[in-house]
Design a protein around this ligand. Structure first.
Ligand SMILES: [Mn+2]
Length: 321
């Protein structure tokens, strides 16, 4: 019998697993990758009696592999906040899925664990750019503003680490970062004692400084579209840069297009924070697109479709009052 922990490599995925394994330690096989690598369930060969936990990756994109694992006799529990599509009814599948834009997978895990490791759900909510949820959820912890700011920075740094075209762009393999974090019950000891945090923080500052020098390629009443060059720094910062712009201009939508080495763009779309709606509608109109209402992406937008993307982006968000 094998235990598999399959999780998105971002802050939400990592903090969700961290909470679960603090509550129920287990020797498990970790399956994760860069943030966009969400076809994770197909990477394992499940067998009868295996226990699989899946965190923060859309069921709709993993459905075939999920059905196969269930068919082979594995037990699966599935925590997520992405649009799931049809959830199969199966006695060996337990789901904790909520697509409400103010919740994230780590908050669902926190509910499941009755708030035992709430502080990590706060870190994750900051990482997923849900500042209001993070602050609201943290109320019972009675944290100071300085502590909250530190948790926000931590969430953003863990999230930042997951962005890249491949693992080579990242400072840490997300499984490695999870293992370092997992030594810490208390996020503040991670912040104050782990060199990994310093590495991420410095990398983040370097990359964001470069991004902030850019001017938008397109700017309309609906929002702004930025083009980032084909470079590791831009692949790492694209998502976080989108979050920062979304927070700074909450009435506007934003798209960050990063040039891919082999042509086309990786696209991150952020709906206006004021409405948190429409990002998935834009991205789903392109072959490799998907995501949530508030934040979505396209894995590969061919260069000749930039015009169409621009049009869809502006039409969607102009009517998204
Ligand atoms: Mn998430």
């Amino acid at each position: 019998m094998t235990i598999y922990d399959i999780f998105n490599g971002d802050a939400d995925g990592i903090c969700a697993l961290h909470q679960l394994r603090l509550a129920h330690p287990a020797k498990s096989i970790l399956v994760t990758g860069v943030k966009r690598d969400i076809l994770l369930l197909e990477k394992i060969q499940a067998e009868v009696g295996d226990q699989i936990t899946v965190l923060d990756i859309a069921m709709s994109k993993n459905r075939d592999a999920l059905l196969l694992a269930l068919e082979r006799g594995a037990q699966v529990r599935y925590f997520d906040h992405h649009i799931p599509g049809d959830i199969p009814a199966h006695p060996q599948l337990t789901t904790f899925i909520d697509t409400c834009p103010n919740t994230c997978t780590s908050m669902l895990v926190n509910n499941h664990l009755n708030g035992q490791f709430l502080i990590w759900a706060v870190v994750a909510a900051f990482g997923d750019n849900m500042h209001e949820s993070a602050i609201h959820t943290s109320k019972t912890l009675q944290l100071t503003t300085t502590q909250l700011d530190a948790l926000k920075e931590l969430g953003e740094c863990i999230n930042y680490n997951a962005y890249g075209e491949s693992l080579q762009d990242l400072y840490f393999h997300p499984a490695e970062l999870y293992q370092v974090i997992h030594h810490h019950h208390n996020p503040f000891t991670f912040i104050h004692e782990e060199p990994a945090f310093e590495t991420l923080k410095n990398g983040y500052i370097e990359d964001i400084t470069l991004a902030q020098k850019l001017k938008p390629e397109v700017e309309t009443t609906a929002g702004a579209i930025y083009l980032l060059p084909d470079a590791p720094w831009s692949r790492r910062i694209s998502g976080v840069f989108g979050n920062l712009l979304a927070t700074a201009f909450p009435l506007k939508a934003h798209a960050i297009l990063t040039k891919r080495t082999n042509g086309g763009f990786v696209v991150s779309v952020r709906a206006p924070l004021a409405t948190k709606n429409g990002a998935n509608n834009v991205c789903e109109q392109f072959e490799t697109g998907g995501g949530r209402k508030g934040a979505a992406g396209i894995n590969c937008l061919p260069e000749d479709q930039f015009g169409r993307f621009n049009q869809v982006f502006n039409t969607t968000f102009n009517h998204n009052e």
